[in-house]
Design a protein around this ligand. Structure first.
Ligand SMILES: [Fe+2]
Length: 223
């Protein structure tokens, strides 16, 4: 059948099941870069110690990863701020948040080693919103990638004819970032970080939030 001879219908397009990515630049939190210096150093030392005990560990990890930051007083206002933003986003998306409470489940500072680093594609299970705040980055450092979360598309995908354009055939998208950038996204969005050669330092805060039921929050202290 010669498809080119068929008259195209004038179709109305309805975009359903959309995957939003929210971005803003807010330099007010960049003072946390200095506050995170000693925390990153501690993560580097902790990796060395763990490797002394277990030589099967990589000498250089793909990323240095801190403990949860809210235990440090300088980071408490930031934790409250990002929780509020993510809560607002979930509410604006149409979710019923009655009888739910925001619970920041993770908030880490991550720095790629000077030898180079990356993050493989992953999601954060049992969370509803996630985000990044960039402390040290440039056009020479890594970028966050987001991947299409629809398994049906992945299983049947065709080759993208114009991968540099944003269109319906994309299976991933990346964003260049600068210090002070926030990115918020639903936790079902798979994400990764492009391999970074370590020419400059790359550091960001990564956080996850659950819209938790009140019973779950009350139970946390009893475990
Ligand atoms: Fe992540």
């Amino acid at each position: 059948m010669n498809l080119t001879t068929q008259t195209p219908l004038k179709l109305n397009i309805e975009n359903v099941f959309m995957c939003p990515v929210y971005r803003a630049n807010d330099p007010r939190w960049l003072y946390l870069d200095k506050a995170s210096d000693r925390i990153v150093l501690k993560s580097i030392e902790a990796h060395k110690e763990r490797r002394k005990e277990d030589k099967t560990r990589a000498k250089i990890p793909n990323s240095y990863h801190s403990e949860n930051l809210w235990q440090h007083s300088e980071f408490k206002p930031f934790a409250g701020f990002v929780m509020q933003q993510m809560w607002n986003i979930l509410s604006n998306q149409g979710y019923n948040l009655e009888a739910k409470q925001p619970l920041l489940t993770e908030c880490w500072v991550q720095e790629f080693p000077i030898e180079g680093g990356f993050h493989d594609i992953h999601i954060h299970g049992n969370n509803h919103m996630s985000g990044f705040y960039f402390l040290k980055c440039s056009n020479k450092t890594s970028k966050p990638f987001f991947h299409d979360p629809r398994p049906g598309k992945l299983m049947t995908d065709l080759t993208n004819r114009e991968p540099k354009k944003v269109n319906y055939s994309n299976s991933m998208i990346n964003y260049p970032v600068r210090p002070g950038d926030f990115i918020f996204f639903n936790s079902y969005m798979p994400h990764s970080y492009q391999h970074h050669k370590g020419k400059e330092r790359f550091r960001f805060i990564h956080f996850n939030m659950q819209a938790a039921t009140l019973n779950n929050i009350e139970g946390l202290g009893k475990k």
